[in-house]
Design a protein around this ligand. Structure first.
Ligand SMILES: [Fe+2]
Length: 289
């Protein structure tokens, strides 16, 4: 995969069967003037929400670059569970027995075949930096990588052999330096980020003559319709509530630091790689809302 010029790239994860969120991001991309050939999705087209087949159709019609998440892998294989790797006794595992069978049953054979064709990783160069796109971790598709777990983050990044790792899966947006590398989770568009707001998240990457900027951005969308459709489908009322409250139904997967951030409004973040000759320095900024 190659990107020429310095026009921005848009990255996002986790459409999660949320048709309204995909429609909103398509509109946002149009406003930003970013075409499908400069947009990357980190996978999990289908999951919790009401419209698996319609969401796949919207993503395919859009024509963005996309890798497989664990959900595409499992549905393509007609597997019995979501492959998230939840422990048996967790609430996430119990809830997955509601949404996964629904998602698995509501995709066409054509969509299943498309999922089977998706790559599991992508590499590209842009603005003088090398990028690697993965779903969860570099070493495992369903690995949850958190900003607060520095050692795991460093180890996974070192395996990527790239300046920047773009990842999804985990559901919370963050940008973290680890040594000379950066881990960039652009968040997911199909479910809020447990910050007490209904907005979801995507990312932008913009090159200039001497720098590359990474940003996380909010996506406002018609969550009332998404939640109403999910309630009508009857398979995941707990997640329908999350679409409105912005709070996850379970904190099972989260380390303590991320648990403590529950309900605290996230701020968009940015990080700039500044290149000076052959060296590269980065600064992290929190942009005001
Ligand atoms: Fe995933």
């Amino acid at each position: 995969m190659q990107f020429t010029g310095t026009a921005p790239l848009l990255v996002f994860g986790g459409p999660y069967s949320n048709r309204e969120a995909v429609l909103a991001l398509r509109a946002e991309a149009r406003c930003l003037g970013i075409g499908a050939d400069r947009i990357i999705c980190t996978g999990d087209t289908i999951a919790y929400c009401a419209d698996p087949e319609e969401t796949v159709a919207l993503i395919r019609d859009w024509g963005v670059h996309i890798i497989a998440g664990n959900c595409e892998e499992q549905v393509a294989a007609r597997a019995a569970d979501c492959g998230c790797g939840f422990d048996d006794d967790t609430t996430c595992n119990v809830l997955s027995k509601g949404w996964y069978p629904y998602a698995n049953a509501h995709v066409s054979d054509a969509s299943r075949s498309w999922m089977a064709t998706l790559p599991t990783t992508l590499r590209f160069n842009y603005g003088g930096a090398s990028f690697r796109v993965v779903h969860g971790g570099v070493t495992r598709i369903n690995k949850f990588i958190f900003a607060s777990e520095a050692a795991t983050l460093a180890s996974e990044a070192a395996s990527a052999h790239a300046d920047v790792v773009i990842a999804g899966h985990m559901g919370l947006p963050f940008i973290a330096r680890t040594g000379r590398q950066v881990w960039f989770n652009a968040g997911v568009i199909g479910m809020p980020a447990n910050d007490g707001t209904a907005d979801t998240w995507f990312g932008l990457i913009t090159a200039s003559d001497d720098a590359v900027k990474l940003e996380t951005r909010r996506l406002s969308y018609d969550f009332h319709t998404a939640a109403a459709r999910l309630r009508r489908s009857g398979h995941a009322n707990t997640y329908a509530r999350s679409l409105v409250t912005g709070l996850w139904p379970s904190l099972d997967i989260l380390p303590e630091a991320e648990q403590l951030a529950t309900g605290k409004r996230l701020r968009p973040k940015s990080l700039v790689f500044k290149r000076t000759g052959s060296s590269r320095h980065s600064t992290v900024n929190a942009a005001a809302l």
